[in-house]
Ligand binder design. Structure first.
Ligand code: FE
Ligand code: FE
Ligand code: MG
Length: 179
């Protein structure tokens, strides 16, 4: 019932100390905007990417898109748990985002990977700050953002590894052609 939900939310929120719940909701909504924009950036990058080893890139970009959508779900669920409302209009994503949106203009795989790496680096900075803010204050949000942070670190590493593989492949190709 509505009443029970109210009572339960109150108990859950009473364990939050030294930080305003409204501030946590605001911060989480900014991260929520980032996740949707990251999701769409990966989604469209996977569709338009061209060039060497693009199949490997498509697999990685598609996987990351799914991860970002999962992060959006985790963040939205926590906002609701805290008594807030996740951003209800896509227009508001641009007003709230920390990391913005990098429209792919050059569809070359290396350029796309560079954009994506930049995005992950911003996500890592953003979530590190939220982890710091919520540490010892809101353990539940802290847990959620810590696990998302770990995923963003993995994303950056995966993209960097793919980027390096492409450069190695090109170097090997040049070597074999000069023989
Ligand atoms: Fe994410
Ligand atoms: Fe990511
Ligand atoms: Mg990956």
């Amino acid at each position: 019932s509505k009443l029970m939900e109210g009572i339960m939310a109150k108990r859950g929120n009473s364990i939050i100390k030294g930080i305003e719940i409204s501030d946590i909701i605001t911060i989480l909504n900014r991260a929520y905007a980032d996740e949707w924009l990251a999701y769409y950036q990966y989604f469209i990058e996977a569709k338009v990417v061209k060039g060497i080893m693009k199949d490997a890139a498509i697999v990685e970009l598609t996987q990351h898109a799914a991860d970002e959508l999962r992060h959006a779900t985790m963040v939205a669920d926590r906002i609701i748990q805290l008594g807030g409302t996740p951003l209800t209009h896509p227009k508001s994503w641009f007003d709230n985002t920390n990391c913005g949106y990098d429209e792919p203009k050059d569809f070359d795989v290396v350029s796309i990977l560079n954009d994506a790496i930049k995005g992950e680096q911003c996500a890592i900075s953003t979530y590190s700050k939220i982890v710091e803010m919520t540490k010892d204050k809101d353990i539940v949000t802290y847990d959620i953002v810590s696990s998302i942070l770990a995923a963003e670190v993995e994303h950056e590493a995966d993209l960097q590894a793919l980027h390096d593989d492409i450069f190695d492949f090109i170097a090997d190709l040049k070597k074999s052609m000069s023989l």
